[in-house]
Structures are given as structure tokens and as C-alpha cells.
Design a protein. Structure first.
Length: 66
């Protein structure tokens, strides 16, 4: 699935960082639900993104030093 997503992103002219961001999001979804991507439903996606929005943003230590 990740390979297919990356191929589609490449075909649509998306850069490497965008591909990495999508891959990271897929990995986080898999870890959150303990399911393969093909078993994650649209309802799961909505729940996950609401959960992510409700959490405070954590800044990195490097950013705090600036």
C-alpha cells in the first residue's frame, strides 16, 4: 500500500518530503489501530484525525532553544 501511495504521489508531482509525510502518517495509523492499512475504515480515519487535533502540539527541544 505504501508503495502504491508513493507512486501516486510521484505521478502527481509531489516531492520527497510529501511522500515521507504520507508514509509517516500511514505508519502512525497502523500503530494507532494495530491494523493493516487496508483494514482501516473511513470512520477510523475521522476518529484518528480528531484525536490528533485534540492533542497539544509538542515542540522539539531544538525549537525551544531558538
Amino acid at each position: 500500500m505504501v508503495r502504491e501511495v508513493n507512486q501516486n504521489l510521484q505521478l502527481n508531482g509531489k516531492g520527497e518530503r510529501t511522500q515521507e509525510a504520507y508514509t509517516r502518517t500511514i505508519r502512525m495509523l497502523v500503530e494507532f489501530y494495530h491494523k493493516t492499512p487496508d483494514l482501516i475504515t473511513e470512520e477510523n480515519l475521522q476518529h484518528y484525525f480528531l484525536h490528533r487535533r485534540s492533542r497539544p502540539v509538542v515542540t522539539s527541544h531544538f525549537t525551544d532553544l531558538l
